[in-house]
Design a protein around this ligand. Sequence first.
Ligand SMILES: Nc1nc2c(ncn2[C@@H]2O[C@H](COP(=O)(O)OP(=O)(O)O)[C@@H](O)[C@H]2O)c(=O)[nH]1
Ligand SMILES: [Mg+2]
Length: 247
Amino acid sequence: MIQAALIGNPNVGKTEIFNRLTGLSSKVGNFPGVTVEKKAGKLVHREKEIELVDLPGTYSLNANAIDELVARDYILQERPEIIVDIVDAANLERNLYLTLLLLDMDFSLVIALNRWDMAEARGIKINPEKLSELLGCPVVPTVAVSGQGLDDLKDSIAKAAGAAERERAKEKKGVMDYGTDLEPPIGKASDVIRQNPELVKRCPERWLAIRMLEGDEMIMEQTRAILSSPERAKILSIIQSGEAALR
Ligand SMILES: Nc1nc2c(ncn2[C@@H]2O[C@H](COP(=O)(O)OP(=O)(O)O)[C@@H](O)[C@H]2O)c(=O)[nH]1
Ligand SMILES: [Mg+2]
């Protein structure tokens, strides 16, 4: 499932939008290690299934407060494919600070100009098309409390999800599938290799795992000094189980 996170300054309408996008599907938990509430739910739209997380309100991606730290850690560590940035249209300038920080990271960004009604009431004129052109991502005016614009927002998120799916498929392509006997040991050996930063620096983990399972003596020799003995023992036992699977 494609992962998306809702981010934005405090009080911009994130939770209101989250509830309307996920309906009754949401679950409440905590972010790991802290008592900051984590709400996750599912958005299904135009045959796309998207896992949506409501992040705590944040003005920046500095770690000034626990909420900011949680939001930042989440997007850096979980790397959701899509970030839905909820911007207060009635406070555009202040809100765009976070947006600009997000633009510097390579997420697929979708912007909701929420509280559009408040902006209109205050005579604030924003051209969403122009803003979208300038920022290079979809910009959708919304009024979370009335539901106005939320279908357009869902369309934009579903479209971004489609692009993310194609991206995932592209990454997978070119990887040879060795079948049900060999893929599990390849996966396990890759896991061991991935834990060793020195090895990861030197070569792609899957490639290395396959060489080792093939019994490439030179590779075993060259990695002797880099692998710890428990790591080496683990890999040898995985190789043996791979051989058993082949017999
Ligand atoms: N007028 C107006 N009020 C809104 C809109 N979206 C949210 N609100 C209100 O703004 C307040 C903050 O909303 P909330 O979803 O809790 O914001 P959060 O802190 O970003 O999660 C609530 O009282 C909402 O009812 C909107 O588009 N227009
Ligand atoms: Mg909230």
